[in-house]
Ligand binder design. Structure first.
Ligand SMILES: [Zn+2]
Length: 87
């Protein structure tokens, strides 16, 4: 029952860790720490997501701008309509 080898920050040495849910537990000092094995967690590239997020932010900005312009236009239209109907 040997767990994955990891470096215990408390013992300052490699130990056969006990896996406990998301974290590792040192069998010597019972210190719990995050799995720091670079091979265990593949690096997730977030470039695509960042691009999508930027695009969505841009889209939202355009949408808000359009909404503001539409609001101003409606107010102007209402003023014009009121002015015309009073004449
Ligand atoms: Zn330890």
């Amino acid at each position: 029952m040997s767990g994955p080898k990891a470096f215990c920050p408390k013992c300052k040495r490699e130990v056969n860790c006990l896996v406990e849910q998301e974290s590792l537990c040192c069998p010597v000092c019972r210190y719990k720490f995050e799995q720091s094995d670079p091979g265990a967690k593949p690096e997730i590239r977030t470039e695509k997501f960042d691009l999508l997020e930027a695009f969505l932010k841009c889209l939202r900005a355009i949408f808000i701008a359009a909404l503001v312009i539409a609001g101003i236009f409606l107010v102007l239209l209402a003023f014009l309509f009121a002015a015309c109907s009073h004449m």
